[in-house]
Design a binder for this molecule. Structure first.
Ligand code: AMP
Ligand code: GLY
Length: 423
């Protein structure tokens, strides 16, 4: 089968490398891909948000299957468009991708179906939001309704900070129309867990759990980023909690979407917080997480292409979805300065990878045969091992062999997880 993959980050590199393990996998095109993905797929410079450009490419090449992983094209209806051309897809249609595209939608869904989440109120008027925040407890969380590159949630510690956040979102429109509606949310506490799941709209199969490290600097300091590293499994996510999440969150969400006439087919990502009152939903994503995918897929022992097709065909209940009992760690190498200003264009030297090691490239381009940095998050050094401790050590050892001029990484990916295991 010839496959079209949309996107161009480390997550897509991990998806492509995993798809290539399938016996049924033929040619892979990646739009737009990147300089590292080019070693594993034919990259074509069409942007992931260029819906008509992608449709034209697909009409010409007629792929047997398409995999859409970034949030923007999913919310813009790329899956609907490709399906209209008769191309089967992995990924939700726009009417289901809204579970990530609108936090007001997902909050209302959770309220209507009794799915545990933080208390919140929606505002379309800045003055009303500010009047409400005058008497609110702190910290509080102010969130833009729409997509905001993972930066749309701001934790505020005082009314003054809240005012700044509200003015930025609703008056200065720093996130564009995504901030026309905002949510003011109760601040929850507890360990965070990411659970990616496969679903065909009826059956939901959680993947191995993971833990992201969102802050830019070692010690959970600095600004929020797309993610500076991940480990899997997440030691806080015990079997007992997993069973409770299935009953209280995963199945109710999939059933709610079906009931609303918005069956979700693809990867549904549950961002959870394990609060003293039990697990609660912090956010839904309509896609694989980045860099969660880089630690989850290397632990998958079953055929990813078969699973993705089962999600599309409504046969997930019969599909084999098995994960290894080992652990994985991904250390992201970023350009110094990310997530703010940074320089690019530096040559990257990549080492050979050994058994259980992977390098997933995110922000790099090829120029005259050389791999040059081109983004904030440049790549992820990943290792799989029988224990989390070994996986973390090996991922760092691998990352130490990768060099580019302004490379920056956190020194403590996996630290909290190992501490939770008492190691
Ligand atoms: P989101 O964009 O909704 O994923 O939020 C980004 C990050 O902000 C999450 O990963 C949490 O660390 C934090 N966060 C979001 N909502 C809350 C909340 N209600 N209470 C505490 N922290 C939160
Ligand atoms: N790593 C978090 C996300 O993909 O949204």
């Amino acid at each position: 089968m010839n496959i079209l993959v949309i996107g161009g980050g480390g997550r897509e590199h991990a998806v492509i490398k995993t798809l290539k393990k399938s016996r049924d996998c033929g040619k892979i095109w990646c739009l737009p891909g990147n300089g590292g993905i080019a070693a594993d797929a034919e990259c074509v410079p069409v942007k992931a948000t260029d819906i008509e450009g992608i449709a034209a490419f697909a009409s010409e090449k007629k792929p047997d299957f398409a995999v859409v992983t970034p949030d923007d094209p999913l919310c813009m209806g790329l899956v609907d468009r490709l399906e209209s051309l008769g191309i089967p897809c992995f990924g939700p249609r726009a009417n289901a991708a809204i579970i990530e595209g609108s936090k007001v939608f997902s909050k209302n869904l959770m309220k209507k179906y009794g799915i545990p989440t933080a208390e919140s109120r929606v505002f379309t008027d800045a003055d009303e939001a500010l009047a409400y925040l005058k008497t609110h407890a702190y910290p509080a969380v102010v969130k833009a309704d729409g997509l905001a590159l993972g930066k749309g949630a701001i934790i505020v510690n005082s009314y003054a900070e809240a005012e700044k956040a509200i003015r930025g979102m609703m008056v200065e429109k720093v996130f564009g129309e995504s901030g026309s509606r905002v949510l003011v949310e109760e601040f929850l506490t507890g360990p965070e867990v990411s659970v990616l799941s496969f679903t065909d709209g009826e059956t939901v199969v959680p993947m191995v759990s993971s833990m992201d490290h969102k802050r830019a600097q070692t010690g959970d300091r600095g600004l929020n980023t797309g993610g500076m590293g991940t480990v899997a499994p997440n030691p806080y996510y015990t079997e007992e909690i997993a069973a409770r999440c299935m009953k209280e969150i995963f199945l109710p969400t999939v059933n709610a979407m079906k009931k609303e006439g918005r069956p979700f087919r693809g990867c549904l990502y549950f961002g959870l917080m394990l609060t003293p009152e039990g697990p609660k939903v912090i956010e839904y994503n309509c896609r694989f997480g980045d860099p969660e995918t880089q630690v989850v897929l290397p632990l998958l022992q079953s055929d990813l292409l078969k699973i993705m097709m089962a999600c599309r065909n409504g046969t997930l209940a019969e599909a084999e979805v098995k994960f290894s009992s080992g652990a994985a760690c991904c250390v992201v190498l970023a350009s110094e300065g990310y997530p703010q200003k940074y320089d690019t264009g530096y040559e990257i030297s990549l080492p050979e990878t050994g058994e259980g090691e992977e390098i997933f490239v995110a922000g790099a381009r090829l120029s005259e045969g050389k791999l040059l940095t081109s983004g904030g998050r440049v790549l992820g050094a990943v290792a799989v091992a029988p224990t989390l401790k070994e996986a973390v050590e090996r991922a760092y050892a691998l990352s130490d062999k990768i060099a580019f001029a302004n490379a920056y990484k956190r020194a403590d990916i996996g630290g909290r997880a190992l501490a939770a295991l008492g190691e």
